[in-house]
Design a protein around this ligand. Structure first.
Ligand SMILES: [Zn+2]
Length: 145
């Protein structure tokens, strides 16, 4: 017959007790959620540190922050000031943009992640828009040597 286990409240597991489960060897596990304070502290500790709240990362003022300008420069140094889509450079009259592959508005947590950045010229960046998440880096790197 089907032995129905009592359903443990899933919500309590969201806070994930990462300790080895001590109940398994000695019989049925009794879920013992930590105190709310301990659970909150553990959840906080697991979170990636965020420099900005999402609302700031998605806002226009984000582009004026030191943190953005710094990671933007790192991207330009890493990839060079050359459009990864069309190859335009400042020497050919292009204005370079550092673009978020995954747009800030949809992925604010990636706003300062250099791995989410690519260098595009102004025209390519504007043509791209928030709907297109093409990662031009792979294409630029694997394409014409
Ligand atoms: Zn371009």
């Amino acid at each position: 017959m089907s032995k129905k286990k009592p359903r443990l409240k899933a919500r309590k597991f969201l806070f994930g007790d990462s300790r080895p489960n001590q109940g398994t060897q000695n019989g049925p596990v009794k879920a013992r959620p930590p105190t709310p304070q301990a659970a909150a502290a553990a959840a906080e500790a697991q979170r990636e540190p965020r420099l900005f709240p999402d609302a700031v990362a998605a806002s226009a003022e984000f582009l004026d922050t030191y943190e953005w300008r710094r990671v933007r420069m790192q991207a330009l140094k890493k990839y060079g000031a050359k459009c990864m889509c069309c190859g335009a450079t400042p020497a050919t009259g292009a204005v370079m943009n550092v673009d978020h592959i995954r747009p800030r508005r949809l992925f604010p947590e990636l706003a300062l992640d250099i791995n989410n950045l690519q260098v595009l010229c102004h025209e390519c960046n504007h043509g791209k828009g928030n709907w297109d998440m093409t990662d031009w880096r792979e294409i630029a790197m694997s394409g014409v040597g």
